[in-house]
Design a protein around this ligand. Structure first.
Ligand SMILES: Nc1nc2c(ncn2[C@@H]2O[C@H](COP(=O)(O)OP(=O)(O)OP(=O)(O)O)[C@@H](O)[C@H]2O)c(=O)[nH]1
Ligand SMILES: [Mg+2]
Length: 140
């Protein structure tokens, strides 16, 4: 399996997704530091939200073959500038989380991820299990 690093703002569902992908129940309280479980590197949302901490994400991206940029379906705006894939020399995929939330807008989230440069975008729900298998297949 390829190693994936999960990046996204606080509460977007990184740790919940990491638990599903790795098949290990992780503490779903606020993540305080980057944690590797099997082939998944979970990062704190603060790394993506704070430009002084953002550099840490580059370090963990070096440890992974795939960078997973996450936007939850109910997020009101995107953190990612357009075409950031140019900063990376590895695969970058988009992941829309929380697709089960009725008030969410997964299509809008996908649009923001494509604008950031994600060629493939997966839609997942930790509640229903939608999309988890597809990401695991992609990482094979
Ligand atoms: N409805 C719904 N809730 C979800 C889903 N995934 C995660 N959550 C909930 O969202 C909240 C935050 O999830 P986390 O996985 O801890 O989020 P995180 O991105 O790791 O947050 P930080 O560690 O603080 O950066 C928790 O209450 C989860 O139960 C989902 O697919 N659907
Ligand atoms: Mg977390």
């Amino acid at each position: 399996m390829k190693t994936i690093v999960l990046i996204g703002r606080t509460g977007c569902g990184k740790t919940t997704l990491a638990s599903r992908l790795a098949g290990v129940v992780l503490n779903d309280k606020k993540t305080a530091g980057a944690v590797r479980v099997k082939n998944v590197i979970d990062t704190p949302g603060g790394f993506a939200e704070n430009r002084f901490l953002g550099g840490a994400l580059s370090v963990f991206a070096y440890e992974a073959q795939v960078v997973g940029l996450i936007i939850a379906a109910d997020e009101p705006f995107s953190l990612y500038p357009p075409n950031i894939h140019g900063m990376l020399n590895r695969d970058m995929i988009g992941i829309v989380t929380k697709t089960d939330i009725p008030a969410g807008n997964p299509k809008r989230a996908e649009g923001w991820l494509r604008l950031a440069g994600c060629k493939r975008v997966f839609h997942v729900s930790a509640l229903t299990g939608q999309g988890i298998y597809e990401i695991m297949e992609y990482l094979k």
